[in-house]
Design a protein around this ligand. Structure first.
Ligand SMILES: NC(=O)c1ccc[n+]([C@@H]2O[C@H](COP(=O)([O-])OP(=O)(O)OC[C@H]3O[C@@H](n4cnc5c(N)ncnc54)[C@H](OP(=O)(O)O)[C@@H]3O)[C@@H](O)[C@H]2O)c1
Length: 361
């Protein structure tokens, strides 16, 4: 297939470019500079220099392609307008082709077992996405698909750099927020394979969370009042049974959620982990807490795993609306993509990447 890719110089888009090539697709990349054009051309991609808000250019390129994979975004106050203009231009030109767009799990707000069906409760920084997402998914004359990635990690990139790069005070690493919130995460190379699978096989109007949870045999939710989330190992994980439910693990053999009063979280080690049975449960998995991430980074920095919480209000003051989104407490899995698309996330967890030095800055 001949695919128009945006964001090919970006974190997600460069991994998608590589995954498309590995799957045998031909890629035309919309880039913004001669230097970027040279770079993607060296990677075997046909560059076109232009901007995603150039409606005429985008409409023409979309019409000539078999479909569009859109990962570009200005990532600032102009994002809403630019994304709306881009979507309109693609829909005008696409001619029954495929349109895979990028959203984000943040739009669903906090939750212990988020799915694609979880009603939207977006923090202000991404609230603008809803209108565009709805419009594209309901459009006719196109096979439109939305991917909602969690916090993307891998190759030392993305938001997790903020964890290891945080302020050090009194021999301890400052956490993002108080450390209790979970981040739903995905490895950038696993995510890239999800884009390819969605482009090739997803039906019109489908939404997929891009979160590295839920094993190939599926995970089993927990039995607590709020339910649990299955794990990410090849044999799947089993959610816990504590009062707040447990979360299955992320190891290659899968993890087992815990049974403690607050539920447990399956482990992330190479042989899989077993969620804790103590009062606060165990740790690990595809949905780590920011405390777990901070402690792992603190160890790498020679700070002995010492961390200090940050008052959430100070996080928002420091990082603005982006900081407010980082305070969301999100646990999710990629079960739908596994079931419907055969997606098989296989890379190490974020905790494993940090522990192995992947985020030594
Ligand atoms: N990273 C995450 O953890 C994460 C999680 C969930 C959702 N997302 C979403 O995924 C998307 C991509 O994120 P990312 O982390 O890959 O971002 P990124 O690394 O900043 O990449 C953004 C890409 O967009 C391109 N771009 C920006 N403005 C453009 C314009 N006006 N015309 C054409 N291209 C333009 C950039 O090109 P230049 O190289 O020319 O700047 C770059 O290739 C965003 O919508 C983001 O909100 C990201």
């Amino acid at each position: 297939m001949d695919i128009l890719l945006t964001g090919a110089t970006g974190y997600i888009g460069s991994a998608v470019r590589a995954a498309l090539a590995a799957a045998g697709h031909t890629v035309t990349a919309l880039v913004r500079s001669d230097e970027a054009a040279d770079r993607v051309a060296a990677a075997g991609v046909q560059p076109v220099i232009g901007d995603m808000v150039d409606a005429e250019l985008v409409r023409g390129l979309a019409g000539k392609s078999d479909g569009v994979i859109h990962t570009a975004s200005p990532g600032d106050a102009t994002s809403a307008e630019a994304e709306a203009a881009f979507a309109d231009a693609v829909l005008a030109g696409i001619n029954d082709g495929v349109f895979v767009r990028t959203g984000g799990v943040w739009v669903h707000g906090s939750g212990v077992a988020l799915t694609e069906e979880t009603p939207r409760n977006a923090p202000p920084i991404v609230a603008w996405r809803e209108e565009i997402d709805r419009r594209v998914l309901a459009a006719s004359g196109v096979r439109a698909v939305l991917i909602e990635p969690g916090v993307v990690y891998g190759h030392g990139g993305g938001i997790p750099r903020l964890v290891a790069g945080a302020r050090q005070a009194g021999g301890a690493l400052t956490l993002i927020g108080d450390g209790t919130q979970h981040w739903a995460t995905v490895h950038v190379d696993d995510l890239a394979e999800l884009y390819v699978a969605a482009f090739e096989r997803a039906g019109h109007g489908e939404v997929f969370l891009g979160v590295g949870g839920a094993g190939p045999t599926g995970g089993v939710g927990g039995a607590g009042p709020t339910g649990g989330v299955g794990g990410a190992g090849p044999t799947g994980g089993v959610g816990g049974a504590g009062p707040t439910g447990g979360v299955g693990g992320a190891g290659p053999t899968g993890g087992v959620g815990g049974a403690g009063p607050t539920g447990g979280v399956g482990g992330a080690g190479p042989t899989g982990g077993v969620g804790g049975a103590g009062p606060t449960g165990g740790v690990g998995g595809a949905n780590p807490t920011t405390r777990e991430l901070g402690e792992a980074a603190s160890l790498r920095l020679g700070l002995g795993g010492r961390v200090v919480p940050e008052d959430p209000a100070a996080t928002v003051e420091r990082l603005g609306e982006f900081g407010r989104a980082l305070l969301l407490d999100q646990q999710a899995d990629g079960g739908k993509a596994r079931r419907m698309l055969g997606w098989r996330p296989s890379r190490p967890s974020l905790l494993e990447e940090i522990a192995a030095g992947g985020y030594d800055l």
